[in-house]
Design a protein around this ligand. Sequence first.
Ligand code: HEC
Length: 164
Amino acid sequence: MRPSSLPCTVLLALVACGPSSSVDEGLGEVGGLDTSEAGITAFVREGRYREWLAEPAPRRSVRSHGDRVRVFFNDVLARSMAEGNRVHPVGSITVKELFESDGRTARGHALDIKVAEGTGKDTWIFYEGFGPNYDDNYYGRGHDTCHGCHADQGTDYVATPLPR
Ligand code: HEC
């Protein structure tokens, strides 16, 4: 069952819910980004990642995340990937724009944010939210919905190759 099919009051203690949703892992700013759920939602809504290194255009998604996607990498992550690191430093961030199959109509955003040194799912906060309200998001350190695929397909959970 989708969480949105239950009243918010029932779910508040369990999951992110409602437009003022503000689940917070309590890690503050990492890599210049407020890592609370509300902070990440504001960040993607304002498009504050759009100057980052990016894939040239929306492309077909590989086995996940709907039909069309475009991935952005911040400097910290891009440098680490270019160096071929197996483990990325704290402050590494990647943003995935999610589109309808037309490749233009925005659906939402997914993010991985490296919040602790070392390896393992809990070194990342995962976030995925959908517009226009971003009120029913996936959010959390080592989020159960996200970490399995990313552990299998990625290097330190990052699955998309750096654009050339
Ligand atoms: C079914 C497997 C699967 C699940 C579940 C999944 N992902 Fe992904 N994700 C992928 C694959 C494969 C890629 C890279 C291929 C692509 O971009 O098409 C990817 C790419 C991404 C990217 C771009 C950077 C990167 O790591 O490559 C982000 C950000 C992302 N996923 C976030 C999330 C979040 C947040 C969740 C949980 C809400 C999640 N993913 C759940 C398979 C998955």
